[in-house]
Design a protein around this ligand. Sequence first.
Ligand code: KIV
Ligand code: ZN
Length: 534
Amino acid sequence: MTTVSTTTSAATTVGEPADRRVVIFDTTLRDGEQSPGASMNLEEKLRVARVLEELGVDVIEAGFPIASNGDFEAVSAIGRELRQTTVAGLARAQRRDIDRCAEALAGASRRRIHTFISTSPLHMKYKLQMPAEQVLEAVGDSVRYARNLVDDVEWSAEDGSRTEHDFLCRCVEAAIAAGATTINIPDTVGYGVPEEYGALFSMLRLRVPNIDRAVLSVHCHNDLGLAVANSLAGVCHGARQVECTINGLGERAGNAALEELVMALRTRHDRLPYTTGIHTGTIMKASRLVSAITGFVVQPNKAIVGANAFAHESGIHQDGMLKHAGTYEIMTPESVGLVRAVADKAGLVLGKHSGRNAFRTRLRDLGYVLDDAGIDETFKRFKELADKKKEIFDEDLIALVDDQIGHAEDHIQFVSLEVLAGSKRPQRAELVLAIDGETRETAAGGNGPVDAIFNAIKALCPHEARLGLYQVHAVTAGTDAQAEVTVRLEDEDRSVVGRGADSDTLVASCRAYVHALNKLLVKRLRTAPSPLCA
Ligand code: KIV
Ligand code: ZN
């Protein structure tokens, strides 16, 4: 095995490539989805992919086709649907992986095979159990094989940031010689620090003779909270692609957050003079969608997309803001698509007297285009909410629509719920569901009102799934705020996330559980007749 030290860094900086456009490669649907509990079904992946295209990302990594049929179908369906965005599939350095990936991408108008192999001493010895020379050979073979199937091939050196420099240079040179058009150097375990990780790119650009024939790419994990800083350092040293995820979703501490990278490039253009094709006004929509689908709530103080990112609580700050927004705001909320106004563009305030047209227009402004049936159902729920809640915020509308989308086909529909709660009597839930169109009702007790509701659902729809997560969060401030509940159900090796929103936390809990159960049912029906709701 090669034993050259990784600290050999003859290069510090070399002249940067003249083109300052940075390619945004989003891997929410692949590296993000690998995060435990973040799995998405096909319909959900398609919804995320559509929003990513609207956001303007250049490349969407849609999955790892050999890993599962679900991943294969997702890459294939997303590839068939998207027209502007390049769709990438991941493949190990093996022919069967690459063939499966090419097969999944066959219908895509712009397609990329992304193949990778580990190059660090630790990974080669323990994970691959392959000598370095064999890995080097696999690099050339896999890229050449992929390049015979598609024109756009990305090669990644897994654990690249902990790879010996001499060996990394040889691998990169071999990958480019074999036809790789993008070279990605991941900081797989989030170990790098900005100066060191950035210098790696200057080192490659100085030492690899054919380096000008490929775009260099950064891919950083956030184990030390440095993923975005490391990615930006890579860009300053000549990388022109960044791999990232919405909300920084990803294994362990996650990947570099797309919204943070893009807004740093935009807000500090004076020091980071690079451009992207991202329509930043769609950032909030993408963030909310990914959070809603995965059930991964965005922490309130998360940069750019956290609920407090543009909130000003202290008197001194509020006073400054009133005098000049620039005193405490380095970017506008509108620039990331945060429109908090309760009024629409014509100044119409949404409330219980609003008509369908104002409602439809507001939804369209927020990026939701629903068919007539969708508008009917959501409008009905909006009116119910407006009766209970004084002010309706955009977040309320978004929660309602997210709760509504995709439920029309559900086998199990929520009809009504009555709950007896409090400290005196045993808690009890009376529940009515429509199962495949047939109304069924039951009553059940439990250890608390939520337990009683879930027991009632189980009585109507017997199942073995375990409750993996039950989470409640308020959509807006105030005691009349809607509750958004996330429920994760786990069944054998599968897990699904359901969400429900309502101004009554118990109704939202019931909706979320029923939503998750529907998703589980769809999964099961695909494979075998289901005993659910027998
Ligand atoms: O983190 C990593 O090394 C990866 C590669 C597969 C690109 O995700
Ligand atoms: Zn990764």
